[in-house]
Design a protein around this ligand. Structure first.
Ligand SMILES: [Zn+2]
Length: 247
């Protein structure tokens, strides 16, 4: 069974009952924590535990997507949890090890390798986790940033991460069963989608369902979803914390 559970959607900082970006992606017998924004670890723990994950996947190293990798390290290193069979794989853009080690004033980027196994994302990287395939594609966000196309059990899901409309996202999203797309900005500003742009991606790539997420402070999630739906013209939902949907 495939499912997507919403753990957090807020940007650029966590709100009461609304952590920053985080999702539990399940399919093909695998579980992936997709983006680890501040607050999303606590939500993740309502649904699973860190030792049940096959990997963490981080779209880019902005705080609202990566902050809780540090909390995952704290949990695994100091939380008196059952020891992991092996360090937890973390797929993330280059530089995460240095940032995590820097928090502990350690010069060695491998400082966290006792519990986290960092693996660098690159454009086109394909990972198989049991019956779940993840393809990462470099998207336009003004930094080293990735979107994702997941396939399992004959189903497909794409995730924008944070980006402006770009051919790479269109490629990841082409014909998927579910597109999880950010709609951060009320007006086109570069680096992000407006709701209309999110709806337009869904429309031109022929996705079956659109889920709107990462709605920034200039919009409300409901308003963003309505604006995206008007352009898409297909089934459109708002990502709400705690919601689990098949894909
Ligand atoms: Zn963001």
């Amino acid at each position: 069974m495939t499912s997507l559970t919403v753990l957090g959607t807020a940007a650029p900082y966590p709100l009461p009952d609304r952590p920053c970006s985080g999702y539990l992606l399940q399919g093909g017998g695998a579980k992936v924590w997709m983006d680890a924004g501040p607050g999303s670890l606590a939500e993740l723990l309502r649904h699973t535990s860190l030792d049940q994950l096959d990997a963490i996947w981080v779209s880019h190293l902005h705080l609202d997507h990566v902050g809780d990798v540090l909390n995952a390290y704290y949990a695994l290193a100091y939380g008196l949890l059952p020891p992991l069979v092996r360090p937890l794989p973390v797929y993330a853009p280059a530089g995460l090890g240095k940032r995590l080690a820097g928090f502990f004033e350690q010069p060695d980027a491998g400082f966290v390798s006792n519990v986290l196994e960092l693996r660098e994302l690159r454009d086109g990287l394909t990972v198989e986790l049991g019956g779940l395939q993840l393809v990462s594609g470099a998207v336009e966000h003004g930094c080293d940033a990735y979107g994702l196309r997941a396939s399992a059990e004959g189903r497909t899901l794409a995730y924008s991460g944070d980006c402006e409309p770009c051919p790479a996202l269109d490629e990841l999203a082409a014909g998927v069963d579910l597109l999880l797309c950010e709609a951060d900005s009320g007006e086109a500003s570069g680096g992000h989608h407006t709701p209309e742009q999110a709806g337009a991606v869904a429309r031109r790539t022929g996705v079956r369902r659109l889920v709107v997420t990462h709605v920034g402070p200039s919009l409300t999630p409901d308003a963003a979803t309505a604006r995206a739906a008007a352009v898409f013209g297909g089934p459109t939902a708002c990502a709400e914390v705690g919601l689990t949907m098949p894909w």
